[in-house]
Design a protein around this ligand. Structure first.
Ligand code: ZN
Length: 271
C-alpha cells in the first residue's frame, strides 16, 4: 500500500515517530504503513544489522574524538557524552548507549501523549525551554515533534526498513542504529504548535523556521543539516532538526555558515 505523503503527515504520533525516525522525510512517507508493525517486529531485531556495511571514503577523523572502527568506514565516538559529539553516517555512538540525565523539557509538543521520544538531555532541555519562551515573546509558537530515540528503537525502525527494502536502500533514508543524532538526546525536531509541516520541506518557509535559523544559536542550538551542506552532512536540508552544541559553538557555526562536521574539522562524509 502506498500512502499519499500529505495524508501521512496527518497520521497519529506513531506515524510521526516513524517519519522523523528516519530523517529523510522526502523518501519516507510511503513507508508509513510500516509503523504499525514496529511492535510486532521487536523479536526480530538484530537480524539485519549483521549485514550492515557502509561504504564511502574513510573520514579523516580527529583522533581525539574516535576509537577504533566498529564497521567498515564507521567509527565509534570516544566521548558520546560530549555536547559536541559528532554522530553521522561515519561516526556512531557505542551500541546501547543511553545519554545521561534524560528529562522531559517543559515545552509544548504536538501531541499530549507522554513518550520517551520527548526526552532530551537536561542541558539541552533547559536551553530548549529558554528558546521556546523567547520565541513566544516574539510571537512565534514552537512545539516539539520528536527528540530522543533509543538505540533499541532505532534498531527496530532500521531493521524493519532493511527487511522491506534491503540494507543498502534502507540506509538512504534511515539512519542505522547508533548513527541517528536523535540517539544523543541533544537533537529535536520542531514545528509550529499545529504540527503542520512537521518534518517536511514546507517547514523551511514558515515563520518558525526563519526564527529558528536566526535565533537558535543564542540558546546553543544549530540547524544541523543546513541547506547547501548536503554533501558535508550526508543529509538533505532539514530546517526542523536542531541540535544542541552549546552557545559558543552554535554562534561560531551559525556566523560562519558551517556544518558541525566543518566546525569539528572532519572531512565531508559523502561525495
Ligand atoms: Zn531529526
Amino acid at each position: 500500500m502506498k500512502l499519499n505523503p500529505k495524508f501521512c503527515l496527518t497520521l497519529a504520533s506513531a506515524a510521526l515517530l516513524s517519519l522523523s525516525a528516519c530523517s529523510q522525510a522526502a523518501q519516507v512517507p510511503e513507508k508509513q504503513e510500516q509503523s504499525s508493525k514496529i511492535q510486532q517486529d521487536k523479536s526480530n531485531q538484530g537480524k539485519s544489522q549483521a549485514n550492515i556495511k557502509l561504504s564511502g571514503e574513510q573520514a579523516n577523523n580527529d583522533s581525539k574524538m574516535v576509537s577504533p572502527m566498529s564497521q567498515k568506514g564507521v567509527h565509534v565516538v570516544a566521548d558520546p557524552d560530549s555536547t559536541l559529539v559528532l554522530v553521522n553516517k561515519h561516526f556512531k555512538l557505542p551500541d546501547h548507549y543511553v545519554p545521561r540525565q534524560l528529562v522531559y523539557p517543559n515545552v509544548p509538543f504536538i501531541t499530549s501523549q507522554r513518550s520517551e521520544k520527548f526526552k532530551m538531555r537536561k542541558v539541552a532541555a533547559d536551553a530548549l525551554e529558554k528558546m521556546f519562551a523567547a520565541a513566544k515573546k516574539d510571537g512565534i509558537s514552537l512545539a516539539g515533534v520528536s527528540a530522543y530515540r533509543s538505540f533499541a528503537l532505532q534498531t527496530v525502525l532500521f531493521n524493519n526498513y532493511a527487511r522491506q527494502d534491503g540494507v543498502k536502500k534502507a540506509l538512504t533514508y534511515c539512519a542505522s542504529p547508533g548513527t541517528s543524532e536523535h540517539e544523543t538526546g541533544l537533537a529535536i525536531d520542531v514545528s509550529g504548535t499545529s504540527g503542520m509541516y512537521a518534518a517536511t520541506e514546507a517547514f523551511a518557509k514558515t515563520a518558525q523556521a526563519k526564527w529558528l535559523a536566526e535565533h537558535a544559536q543564542n540558546y546553543g542550538f544549530i540547524i544541523r543539516y543546513p541547506k547547501g551542506k548536503e554533501k558535508v552532512t550526508g543529509y538533505e536540508y532539514e530546517a526542523w532538526h536542531i541540535r544542541y552544541v552549546g552557545v559558543q559553538a552554535a554562534k561560531t557555526i551559525t556566523k560562519n555558515k558551517l556544518a558541525l562536521e566543518e566546525y569539528l574539522r572532519v572531512v565531508p562524509v559523502t561525495k
